[in-house]
Design a protein around this ligand. Sequence first.
Ligand SMILES: Nc1nc2c(ncn2[C@@H]2O[C@H](COP(=O)(O)OP(=O)(O)OP(=O)(O)O)[C@@H](O)[C@H]2O)c(=O)[nH]1
Ligand SMILES: [Zn+2]
Length: 339
Amino acid sequence: MRRGWPIAIAAPGEAPLVLLAVETADPLRLAAFAPEGGPVLISSGRAETLKLTNQLAAADPDFPVVVEHAPWLDFDAAVALADPQLDLATPLKGPFRTATVTQPVASLAALRLARIAGLLPAFFIDGVEPEVTIAAAAIDAYTAPASLRIATRARLPVDGAEDAEIVAFRAPDSGDEHVALIVGQPDGTPPLVRLHSECLTGDVLGSLKCDCGPQLHAAIRAIAANGWGILLYLRQEGRGIGLVNKLRAYRLQDQGFDTVDANTRLGFAVDARDFGVAARMLDLIGQRAVRLLTNNPAKVAQLEAAGTRVVERVPHHLPPNPHNARYLATKRDRTGHEF
Ligand SMILES: Nc1nc2c(ncn2[C@@H]2O[C@H](COP(=O)(O)OP(=O)(O)OP(=O)(O)O)[C@@H](O)[C@H]2O)c(=O)[nH]1
Ligand SMILES: [Zn+2]
Protein backbone atom coordinates (compact mmCIF):
# COMPACT_ATOMS: atom_id res chain seq x y z
CA MET A 1 0.00 0.00 0.00
CA ARG A 2 2.84 2.40 0.80
CA ARG A 3 4.24 1.71 -2.67
CA GLY A 4 0.93 2.48 -4.33
CA TRP A 5 0.20 -1.12 -5.26
CA PRO A 6 -3.31 -2.56 -5.09
CA ILE A 7 -4.04 -5.34 -2.60
CA ALA A 8 -6.97 -7.55 -1.72
CA ILE A 9 -8.24 -8.38 1.76
CA ALA A 10 -9.99 -11.71 2.27
CA ALA A 11 -12.45 -12.51 5.03
CA PRO A 12 -14.51 -15.70 5.44
CA GLY A 13 -17.89 -15.52 3.73
CA GLU A 14 -17.07 -12.32 1.80
CA ALA A 15 -15.79 -11.71 -1.71
CA PRO A 16 -12.17 -10.42 -1.58
CA LEU A 17 -12.08 -6.64 -1.16
CA VAL A 18 -9.80 -5.11 -3.80
CA LEU A 19 -8.18 -1.84 -2.73
CA LEU A 20 -5.92 0.96 -3.90
CA ALA A 21 -4.93 3.46 -1.19
CA VAL A 22 -5.89 6.99 -2.27
CA GLU A 23 -2.84 8.55 -0.59
CA THR A 24 -0.27 6.56 -2.59
CA ALA A 25 -2.24 6.36 -5.85
CA ASP A 26 -2.00 8.74 -8.80
CA PRO A 27 -4.18 9.19 -11.90
CA LEU A 28 -2.22 6.56 -13.86
CA ARG A 29 -2.41 3.93 -11.12
CA LEU A 30 -6.10 4.66 -10.72
CA ALA A 31 -6.66 4.25 -14.47
CA ALA A 32 -4.90 0.86 -14.38
CA PHE A 33 -6.86 -0.18 -11.27
CA ALA A 34 -10.32 0.93 -12.40
CA PRO A 35 -10.44 2.44 -15.91
CA GLU A 36 -13.96 3.81 -15.36
CA GLY A 37 -13.20 4.94 -11.79
CA GLY A 38 -14.97 3.36 -8.88
CA PRO A 39 -16.36 3.75 -5.37
CA VAL A 40 -14.24 5.04 -2.49
CA LEU A 41 -14.07 3.48 0.98
CA ILE A 42 -13.65 5.95 3.86
CA SER A 43 -14.10 5.92 7.62
CA SER A 44 -17.34 6.96 9.26
CA GLY A 45 -15.41 9.70 11.12
CA ARG A 46 -14.56 11.29 7.79
CA ALA A 47 -18.07 10.60 6.45
CA GLU A 48 -19.50 12.52 9.37
CA THR A 49 -17.52 15.64 8.47
CA LEU A 50 -18.80 15.23 4.90
CA LYS A 51 -22.35 15.03 6.29
CA LEU A 52 -22.84 11.55 4.86
CA THR A 53 -23.75 9.71 8.04
CA ASN A 54 -27.46 10.54 7.72
CA GLN A 55 -27.49 8.17 4.74
CA LEU A 56 -26.29 5.25 6.88
CA ALA A 57 -28.46 2.56 8.38
CA ALA A 58 -26.16 1.92 11.36
CA ALA A 59 -24.67 4.86 13.24
CA ASP A 60 -21.60 2.89 14.40
CA PRO A 61 -18.75 5.42 14.68
CA ASP A 62 -16.09 2.89 13.65
CA PHE A 63 -17.95 1.56 10.65
CA PRO A 64 -16.49 1.94 7.16
CA VAL A 65 -18.50 3.89 4.59
CA VAL A 66 -18.55 3.36 0.82
CA VAL A 67 -19.04 6.47 -1.33
CA GLU A 68 -20.65 5.52 -4.63
CA HIS A 69 -18.87 6.25 -7.87
CA ALA A 70 -20.03 9.43 -9.61
CA PRO A 71 -18.81 11.05 -12.85
CA TRP A 72 -16.96 13.81 -10.97
CA LEU A 73 -15.33 11.39 -8.52
CA ASP A 74 -11.97 11.40 -10.32
CA PHE A 75 -8.54 11.15 -8.73
CA ASP A 76 -8.38 14.76 -7.49
CA ALA A 77 -11.92 14.61 -6.10
CA ALA A 78 -11.02 11.39 -4.26
CA VAL A 79 -7.97 13.07 -2.71
CA ALA A 80 -10.19 15.91 -1.51
CA LEU A 81 -12.64 13.32 -0.19
CA ALA A 82 -9.85 11.56 1.71
CA ASP A 83 -7.89 14.44 3.21
CA PRO A 84 -9.53 16.83 5.70
CA GLN A 85 -6.53 19.15 5.53
CA LEU A 86 -7.84 20.28 2.15
CA ASP A 87 -11.34 21.04 3.40
CA LEU A 88 -10.73 24.77 3.78
CA ALA A 89 -8.99 25.10 0.41
CA THR A 90 -11.17 22.72 -1.62
CA PRO A 91 -14.90 23.35 -1.61
CA LEU A 92 -16.10 19.78 -1.88
CA LYS A 93 -17.98 18.63 -4.92
CA GLY A 94 -20.96 16.41 -4.60
CA PRO A 95 -23.49 15.43 -3.62
CA PHE A 96 -21.91 12.16 -2.61
CA ARG A 97 -24.06 9.11 -2.12
CA THR A 98 -23.22 6.16 0.09
CA ALA A 99 -23.50 2.56 -1.08
CA THR A 100 -24.05 -0.62 0.92
CA VAL A 101 -20.88 -2.03 2.49
CA THR A 102 -20.92 -5.56 1.06
CA GLN A 103 -17.64 -6.73 2.67
CA PRO A 104 -17.89 -5.34 6.24
CA VAL A 105 -15.13 -7.47 7.82
CA ALA A 106 -12.60 -6.79 5.07
CA SER A 107 -13.57 -3.09 4.97
CA LEU A 108 -12.95 -2.70 8.68
CA ALA A 109 -9.62 -4.51 8.28
CA ALA A 110 -8.73 -2.13 5.43
CA LEU A 111 -9.17 0.89 7.71
CA ARG A 112 -6.98 -0.83 10.32
CA LEU A 113 -4.35 -1.56 7.71
CA ALA A 114 -4.27 2.10 6.66
CA ARG A 115 -3.60 3.03 10.28
CA ILE A 116 -0.81 0.45 10.60
CA ALA A 117 0.70 1.73 7.32
CA GLY A 118 0.41 5.34 8.54
CA LEU A 119 -1.77 6.29 5.57
CA LEU A 120 -5.04 8.21 5.37
CA PRO A 121 -7.91 5.71 5.68
CA ALA A 122 -9.35 6.03 2.16
CA PHE A 123 -9.31 3.54 -0.71
CA PHE A 124 -10.49 3.14 -4.25
CA ILE A 125 -12.27 -0.23 -4.29
CA ASP A 126 -13.63 -2.78 -6.76
CA GLY A 127 -10.67 -2.60 -9.18
CA VAL A 128 -8.85 -5.36 -11.01
CA GLU A 129 -7.81 -8.34 -8.88
CA PRO A 130 -4.22 -7.74 -7.60
CA GLU A 131 -1.42 -10.25 -6.92
CA VAL A 132 -1.33 -9.77 -3.16
CA THR A 133 -4.13 -11.00 -0.90
CA ILE A 134 -4.05 -10.54 2.87
CA ALA A 135 -6.31 -12.26 5.40
CA ALA A 136 -8.36 -9.85 7.52
CA ALA A 137 -7.44 -11.98 10.55
CA ALA A 138 -3.72 -11.36 9.93
CA ILE A 139 -4.33 -7.60 10.07
CA ASP A 140 -6.21 -7.96 13.36
CA ALA A 141 -3.35 -10.04 14.84
CA TYR A 142 -0.69 -7.47 13.94
CA THR A 143 -0.66 -5.09 16.94
CA ALA A 144 -0.15 -7.59 19.77
CA PRO A 145 1.50 -10.55 18.08
CA ALA A 146 1.67 -13.77 20.08
CA SER A 147 4.95 -14.40 18.24
CA LEU A 148 6.72 -11.48 20.00
CA ARG A 149 10.15 -12.57 21.30
CA ILE A 150 13.16 -11.00 23.01
CA ALA A 151 15.63 -10.27 20.19
CA THR A 152 18.58 -9.08 22.28
CA ARG A 153 19.48 -7.30 25.51
CA ALA A 154 22.41 -5.15 26.68
CA ARG A 155 23.54 -2.83 29.48
CA LEU A 156 22.46 0.77 28.83
CA PRO A 157 23.34 3.40 31.41
CA VAL A 158 20.99 6.36 30.85
CA ASP A 159 20.67 9.87 32.26
CA GLY A 160 18.94 9.38 35.61
CA ALA A 161 19.55 5.61 35.83
CA GLU A 162 23.07 4.29 35.36
CA ASP A 163 22.14 0.74 36.38
CA ALA A 164 19.88 -0.08 33.45
CA GLU A 165 19.47 -2.74 30.79
CA ILE A 166 17.71 -2.42 27.43
CA VAL A 167 15.72 -5.35 26.06
CA ALA A 168 14.61 -5.33 22.41
CA PHE A 169 11.59 -7.23 21.10
CA ARG A 170 10.66 -8.42 17.65
CA ALA A 171 7.91 -10.45 16.01
CA PRO A 172 8.18 -12.05 12.57
CA ASP A 173 4.75 -10.71 11.58
CA SER A 174 5.23 -7.11 12.74
CA GLY A 175 7.74 -4.41 11.88
CA ASP A 176 7.45 -2.64 15.23
CA GLU A 177 10.61 -2.93 17.35
CA HIS A 178 9.50 -2.20 20.90
CA VAL A 179 12.04 -1.90 23.72
CA ALA A 180 12.04 -2.16 27.51
CA LEU A 181 14.45 -0.35 29.82
CA ILE A 182 14.87 -2.32 33.03
CA VAL A 183 16.15 0.03 35.72
CA GLY A 184 17.85 -1.39 38.84
CA GLN A 185 17.60 -5.01 39.99
CA PRO A 186 14.41 -6.99 40.72
CA ASP A 187 13.90 -7.13 44.51
CA GLY A 188 10.80 -9.31 44.71
CA THR A 189 8.35 -6.38 44.75
CA PRO A 190 6.10 -5.62 41.74
CA PRO A 191 8.08 -3.30 39.45
CA LEU A 192 7.13 0.35 38.98
CA VAL A 193 6.23 0.36 35.28
CA ARG A 194 5.67 3.11 32.73
CA LEU A 195 4.13 2.41 29.32
CA HIS A 196 5.48 5.19 27.13
CA SER A 197 4.13 5.55 23.60
CA GLU A 198 6.61 6.89 21.05
CA CYS A 199 6.41 10.63 20.42
CA LEU A 200 9.20 11.82 18.14
CA THR A 201 8.21 15.46 18.50
CA GLY A 202 8.06 15.35 22.29
CA ASP A 203 10.72 12.77 23.13
CA VAL A 204 13.42 13.93 20.70
CA LEU A 205 12.63 17.48 19.61
CA GLY A 206 11.34 18.71 22.97
CA SER A 207 7.89 19.68 21.67
CA LEU A 208 5.88 21.74 24.15
CA LYS A 209 2.55 20.73 22.53
CA CYS A 210 2.31 17.56 24.63
CA ASP A 211 3.67 16.22 27.92
CA CYS A 212 5.57 13.22 26.51
CA GLY A 213 9.17 14.41 26.89
CA PRO A 214 8.88 15.48 30.54
CA GLN A 215 6.81 12.32 31.31
CA LEU A 216 9.51 10.11 29.77
CA HIS A 217 12.35 11.58 31.80
CA ALA A 218 10.31 11.85 35.00
CA ALA A 219 9.35 8.19 34.62
CA ILE A 220 12.99 7.09 34.47
CA ARG A 221 13.78 9.18 37.54
CA ALA A 222 10.74 7.85 39.44
CA ILE A 223 11.61 4.25 38.60
CA ALA A 224 15.25 4.77 39.68
CA ALA A 225 14.09 6.40 42.92
CA ASN A 226 11.78 3.43 43.56
CA GLY A 227 14.76 1.06 43.45
CA TRP A 228 13.70 -0.87 40.38
CA GLY A 229 11.19 -0.93 37.57
CA ILE A 230 10.61 -1.04 33.85
CA LEU A 231 9.99 1.57 31.17
CA LEU A 232 8.34 0.11 28.06
CA TYR A 233 9.01 2.29 25.03
CA LEU A 234 6.20 1.32 22.69
CA ARG A 235 6.41 2.19 19.00
CA GLN A 236 2.89 3.61 18.93
CA GLU A 237 3.65 7.07 17.58
CA GLY A 238 0.66 9.41 17.69
CA ARG A 239 -1.47 7.05 19.81
CA GLY A 240 -1.06 4.46 17.10
CA ILE A 241 -1.72 6.46 13.90
CA GLY A 242 1.95 7.05 13.00
CA LEU A 243 4.09 10.17 12.75
CA VAL A 244 2.74 11.61 9.49
CA ASN A 245 -0.90 11.16 10.50
CA LYS A 246 -0.14 12.71 13.91
CA LEU A 247 1.37 15.71 12.18
CA ARG A 248 -1.74 15.91 9.98
CA ALA A 249 -3.71 15.99 13.23
CA TYR A 250 -1.42 18.79 14.45
CA ARG A 251 -2.20 20.72 11.26
CA LEU A 252 -5.91 20.37 11.99
CA GLN A 253 -5.15 21.51 15.54
CA ASP A 254 -3.53 24.62 14.01
CA GLN A 255 -7.00 25.23 12.48
CA GLY A 256 -8.59 25.05 15.94
CA PHE A 257 -9.64 21.41 16.40
CA ASP A 258 -8.61 19.68 19.62
CA THR A 259 -6.65 16.41 19.80
CA VAL A 260 -9.83 14.29 19.86
CA ASP A 261 -11.65 15.95 16.96
CA ALA A 262 -8.49 16.12 14.84
CA ASN A 263 -8.09 12.32 15.01
CA THR A 264 -11.76 11.72 14.27
CA ARG A 265 -11.81 14.08 11.30
CA LEU A 266 -8.83 12.24 9.80
CA GLY A 267 -10.86 9.04 10.12
CA PHE A 268 -9.08 7.44 13.07
CA ALA A 269 -10.13 6.34 16.52
CA VAL A 270 -9.24 8.86 19.23
CA ASP A 271 -6.79 6.30 20.62
CA ALA A 272 -5.74 3.48 18.29
CA ARG A 273 -3.22 1.86 20.66
CA ASP A 274 -3.34 -1.75 21.79
CA PHE A 275 -1.59 -2.24 25.12
CA GLY A 276 -1.79 -6.03 24.80
CA VAL A 277 1.72 -5.83 23.40
CA ALA A 278 2.90 -4.29 26.70
CA ALA A 279 1.43 -7.21 28.66
CA ARG A 280 3.24 -9.62 26.34
CA MET A 281 6.55 -7.78 26.85
CA LEU A 282 6.15 -7.82 30.63
CA ASP A 283 5.37 -11.52 30.46
CA LEU A 284 8.55 -12.18 28.47
CA ILE A 285 10.55 -10.27 31.12
CA GLY A 286 8.86 -12.45 33.76
CA GLN A 287 6.63 -9.83 35.43
CA ARG A 288 2.92 -10.59 35.87
CA ALA A 289 2.06 -7.87 38.46
CA VAL A 290 3.02 -4.19 38.27
CA ARG A 291 2.58 -0.76 39.82
CA LEU A 292 1.64 1.41 36.84
CA LEU A 293 2.70 5.04 36.39
CA THR A 294 -0.18 6.60 34.46
CA ASN A 295 -3.16 8.96 34.54
CA ASN A 296 -4.93 6.92 31.86
CA PRO A 297 -7.45 4.34 33.17
CA ALA A 298 -7.56 2.71 29.70
CA LYS A 299 -3.94 1.59 30.12
CA VAL A 300 -4.83 -0.09 33.43
CA ALA A 301 -7.93 -1.76 31.96
CA GLN A 302 -6.15 -3.03 28.84
CA LEU A 303 -3.18 -4.43 30.79
CA GLU A 304 -5.55 -6.22 33.18
CA ALA A 305 -7.58 -7.57 30.24
CA ALA A 306 -4.36 -8.91 28.70
CA GLY A 307 -3.37 -10.73 31.90
CA THR A 308 -1.04 -8.31 33.74
CA ARG A 309 -2.21 -7.52 37.28
CA VAL A 310 -2.04 -3.79 38.09
CA VAL A 311 -1.69 -3.73 41.88
CA GLU A 312 -1.54 0.07 42.01
CA ARG A 313 -2.00 3.07 39.67
CA VAL A 314 0.62 5.72 40.44
CA PRO A 315 -0.31 9.20 39.07
CA HIS A 316 2.17 10.62 36.56
CA HIS A 317 1.17 14.24 36.10
CA LEU A 318 3.61 17.01 35.22
CA PRO A 319 3.07 20.78 35.33
CA PRO A 320 1.47 22.20 32.15
CA ASN A 321 3.08 24.87 29.96
CA PRO A 322 1.23 27.53 27.90
CA HIS A 323 1.41 25.33 24.77
CA ASN A 324 0.07 22.06 26.19
CA ALA A 325 -2.50 23.38 28.69
CA ARG A 326 -5.41 22.85 26.25
CA TYR A 327 -4.12 19.37 25.28
CA LEU A 328 -3.98 18.33 28.94
CA ALA A 329 -7.43 19.80 29.61
CA THR A 330 -8.80 17.80 26.65
CA LYS A 331 -7.23 14.61 28.08
CA ARG A 332 -8.97 15.34 31.38
CA ASP A 333 -12.33 16.35 29.89
CA ARG A 334 -12.67 14.08 26.85
CA THR A 335 -10.42 11.01 27.15
CA GLY A 336 -10.93 10.04 30.79
CA HIS A 337 -7.46 10.92 32.12
CA GLU A 338 -7.42 11.41 35.87
CA PHE A 339 -5.61 14.57 36.94
N1 LIG B 1 -2.84 11.48 17.37
C1 LIG B 1 -2.27 12.26 18.29
N2 LIG B 1 -1.35 11.72 19.10
C2 LIG B 1 -0.80 12.50 20.03
C3 LIG B 1 -1.13 13.87 20.17
N3 LIG B 1 -0.40 14.38 21.19
C4 LIG B 1 0.36 13.37 21.66
N4 LIG B 1 0.14 12.23 20.97
C5 LIG B 1 0.67 10.89 21.18
O1 LIG B 1 0.15 10.40 22.40
C6 LIG B 1 1.03 9.44 22.92
C7 LIG B 1 1.36 9.81 24.36
O2 LIG B 1 0.52 9.15 25.19
P1 LIG B 1 1.07 8.67 26.63
O3 LIG B 1 1.67 9.82 27.35
O4 LIG B 1 1.85 7.41 26.51
O5 LIG B 1 -0.24 8.19 27.28
P2 LIG B 1 -1.51 8.86 27.77
O6 LIG B 1 -2.66 8.17 27.13
O7 LIG B 1 -1.45 10.33 27.62
O8 LIG B 1 -1.56 8.46 29.30
P3 LIG B 1 -0.58 8.74 30.50
O9 LIG B 1 -0.04 7.40 30.85
O10 LIG B 1 -1.47 9.26 31.56
O11 LIG B 1 0.47 9.72 30.08
C8 LIG B 1 2.26 9.45 22.06
O12 LIG B 1 2.22 8.37 21.14
C9 LIG B 1 2.15 10.78 21.32
O13 LIG B 1 2.79 10.76 20.05
C10 LIG B 1 -2.12 14.40 19.29
O14 LIG B 1 -2.49 15.56 19.36
N5 LIG B 1 -2.64 13.56 18.37
ZN1 LIG C 1 3.99 13.83 22.67
